[in-house]
Design a protein around this ligand. Structure first.
Ligand SMILES: [Zn+2]
Length: 192
C-alpha cells in the first residue's frame, strides 16, 4: 500500500474511512480521490465549495469522505450520466475545475483497462491492492483537468420558499411547481 496523503488526509486512514463509509474497498473511490486531490488544489475547500459528480457509482462517496460536500447539505450534485468525471466549483464565483478519466489513457495501462472495461477482460477482476499503486503511477496520464464556468440552473443557489400544496395539503418547496411533485403525478408510492 502506498504511504501518501490524499486531499490532505493520510492515505491509509482514507482507505479505512472509505471502507467504513462505502462498505467495501472500491477502486473507483481511489480514482475519485485522485480526481478530488487534483481539483481541490485549484478550488480550495470552503463553505461555498460544490462538488458535481457525473456518475452515481463511487464518486459520490469519495466526495463525501474527502470533502465538506454531502448530498444533505446541497453541495454535492449527483448526475446519473455514467461518466467517471467530476467538477469542483465555488457557488459564489461559479468558477470551477472539471476532471475526467481520459479514455485513450486507460488502454495504455492493462490493469486499469481490466478494471475500467470489464467487458474486454478475460481473467478475474484486478485486485484492489494491485490497482492502487498503478492508479498513483498513472494519475497524470489518466486524469484530465480543465477550468470551467458553471452555468447549470440547478447550481444557482436560491433561498427556499415554502408553500402548501392545494391538492394534498402538505408543505413543499415552491420551486417544484404550482402543486407538489407527488400531485404532479411523480409519486414513487401508492397508498396501501
Ligand atoms: Zn400535493
Amino acid at each position: 500500500m502506498t504511504s501518501q496523503t490524499i486531499c490532505g488526509m493520510d492515505f491509509e486512514q482514507f482507505v479505512y474511512d472509505m471502507e467504513d463509509f462505502h462498505g467495501a474497498r472500491a477502486p473507483g473511490i481511489i480514482v475519485g480521490a485522485l480526481m478530488l486531490d487534483t481539483v481541490l488544489e485549484k478550488v480550495p475547500e470552503s463553505p461555498d465549495l460544490v462538488i458535481t459528480v457525473e456518475t452515481v457509482t463511487c464518486l459520490p462517496d469519495a466526495a463525501q469522505v474527502l470533502t465538506s460536500c454531502t448530498t444533505g447539505n446541497g453541495r454535492l450534485k449527483v448526475y446519473d450520466w455514467g461518466k467517471f468525471a467530476l467538477t469542483a466549483s465555488n457557488r459564489e464565483t461559479m468558477q470551477g475545475v472539471r476532471t475526467w478519466v481520459i479514455a485513450d489513457a486507460v488502454a495504455k495501462w492493462p490493469l486499469i483497462n481490466d478494471w475500467f472495461n470489464p467487458a474486454q477482460r478475460k481473467g478475474d477482476s484486478p485486485k484492489f491492492d494491485d490497482l492502487v499503486p498503478v492508479f498513483f503511477e498513472a494519475r497524470n496520464d489518466l486524469i484530465g483537468v480543465r477550468d470551467v464556468r458553471i452555468v447549470g440552473e440547478d447550481h444557482v443557489f436560491k433561498k427556499k420558499k415554502t408553500g402548501i400544496c392545494e391538492k394534498c395539503g402538505e408543505s413543499y418547496n415552491l420551486r417544484c411547481g404550482p402543486v407538489c411533485s407527488a400531485c404532479q403525478g411523480k409519486a414513487y408510492y401508492l397508498p396501501s
